[in-house]
Design a protein around this ligand. Structure first.
Ligand code: UDP
Ligand code: MG
Length: 328
C-alpha cells in the first residue's frame, strides 16, 4: 500500500477567492492520507489554471514554492472545464498510480477522498463521487440537471446520475481514457464506457465556498447539448421518423385533396395551406439544424486540433527539483 502515488487534479478558472482555502484543505487531506499509508508522501495536488484573468496563477506558483505537495499547470488560454481536466489528467498520468479530479470551489466534500482511496485499495479502478442530495444547488439547477439525466437515459447514454467530475481513476483506467481522442469531450459519459471495477462514494454537495459559478446558463446548455450529441445519434433518427410520419400524412392528404377536387370544392382551404407551409417549413429547418449539429461535430473532429495548450508546467519542474532536494 505504501507507495501509491496520488495526484489530485484541480481545474481553476478565476478562483483566487477560494484557492487558499482549497489548498489548505487538500494539503491536509494529502498529509492525513499519507500518515494512514493510504498514499505515498510524494503525492501531489496539480492545479490547472484554465486561462484565468485574476491572480489564480500567481497563487498556484506561490503554493508550489511553499510546498512540494503542490504543483501547477498553466493553459495558454481558457479552454473550458473538460479540457482543463484532461490536460491535468494527461500530465499527472505519467507519474501517478491514481488520479482524483475535484473542482476548486470546495462544493465536493474533500473528506470523500479518503473513501475513494480505500475503494482503490480494495481493487476499484474507477470511483465515482455521487451527490447524496442537491439542496445547495438552486431549484433551477437541480431540476434542469434531473431533466438532463432523464433525457440522456431515454436516448441511451449511460451516465451515473448526480455524479459530476469528482472521481478517482487508476493508472490503468487513465491509460484507457487517453485513447479516447475525441475533440468534443464529455468526460462523464466516457468513464462508464471504460468498464473496469467501479464503486460509488456518496457525499453531500456543499455550497460554493467563495466566488461565483463559472457555468452560466449558456455554457450549461452548450455542455448538455455537447454531451448529448457526442454519445447518441438518436436525434438524427428521430428526424427520420418524423419525416416518415409526414410521408404518411402526405399520402392521406393526396386522397383528401383528390376527393375535394372531384366534388368541386377545391378552392377553399387557404388556412390549411398557410398552416402547412409554416408547420412543414419549421419542421424542415429544425431537422436540418439537428443534422447540422452533427455535421458541425464531424467538421471539428476531422481537424484533429490539440485539445489544450500548456504554457507552463510546474509538474515536471517539480520532479527535477525533487531530485535536487533528494537528500532532504
Ligand atoms: N472551470 C474551468 N474552466 C472553465 C469553467 C470552469 O476550469 O471554463 C472550473 C472552475 O474553476 C471549477 C470547476 O471548473 O473548479 C467547476 O466550475 P463551477 O464550480 O463554476 O461550476 P458549477 O459547480 O457551478 O457547475
Ligand atoms: Mg461548482
Amino acid at each position: 500500500m505504501f507507495g501509491t502515488i496520488l495526484t489530485i487534479v484541480v481545474p481553476c478558472f478565476n478562483e483566487e477567492e477560494v484557492l487558499p482555502e482549497t489548498n489548505r484543505r487538500l494539503r491536509k487531506v494529502l498529509s492525513d492520507a499519507a500518515q494512514e499509508y493510504l498514499i505515498s508522501d510524494t503525492s501531489q495536488i496539480l492545479y490547472v489554471d484554465d486561462g484565468s484573468s485574476d491572480r489564480t496563477w500567481d497563487l498556484i506558483s506561490q503554493f508550489s514554492e511553499e510546498s512540494r505537495q503542490v504543483s501547477g499547470l498553466k493553459l495558454s488560454r481558457n479552454f473550458g472545464h473538460q479540457q482543463a481536466l484532461i490536460a491535468g489528467m494527461e500530465t499527472a498520468r505519467l507519474k501517478s498510480d491514481c488520479v482524483i479530479t475535484i473542482d476548486a470551489d470546495l462544493q465536493d466534500d474533500v473528506r470523500a477522498i479518503r473513501e475513494f482511496l480505500i475503494k482503490y485499495h480494495e481493487g476499484c479502478d474507477v470511483v465515482y463521487g455521487v451527490r447524496r442530495k442537491r439542496e445547495t444547488d438552486t431549484f433551477f439547477k437541480r431540476n434542469s440537471a434531473l431533466a438532463f439525466y432523464k433525457i440522456m437515459d431515454k436516448l441511451g447514454v449511460r451516465l451515473i446520475p448526480n455524479h459530476a467530475d469528482f472521481r478517482l481513476l487508476s493508472r490503468r483506467a487513465l491509460d484507457e481514457f487517453v485513447k479516447y481522442q475525441e475533440e468534443n469531450v464529455f468526460i462523464r459519459g466516457i468513464i462508464p464506457e471504460l468498464g473496469f471495477k467501479s464503486a460509488k462514494v456518496y457525499y453531500d454537495r456543499l455550497e460554493r465556498y467563495a466566488g461565483r459559478s463559472k457555468y452560466p446558463l449558456k455554457k450549461m446548455i452548450q455542455f448538455a447539448l455537447d454531451g448529448l450529441t457526442s454519445f447518441t445519434i438518436t436525434p438524427i433518427r428521430m428526424v427520420t421518423y418524423l419525416g416518415a410520419t409526414f410521408v404518411v400524412i402526405a399520402i392521406l392528404m393526396i386522397g383528401y385533396t383528390l376527393i375535394q377536387h372531384f366534388i368541386g370544392r377545391a378552392v377553399t382551404g387557404w388556412s390549411s395551406i398557410i398552416l402547412s407551409i409554416w408547420l412543414i417549413g419549421g419542421i424542415q429547418l429544425t431537422a436540418i439544424g439537428v443534422i447540422g449539429e452533427y455535421i458541425g461535430k464531424i467538421f471539428k473532429e476531422t481537424k484533429h486540433r490539440p485539445r489544450y495548450t500548456i504554457e507552463e508546467n510546474l509538474f515536471l519542474y517539480e520532479r527535477q527539483a525533487r531530485r535536487v532536494h533528494a537528500g532532504k
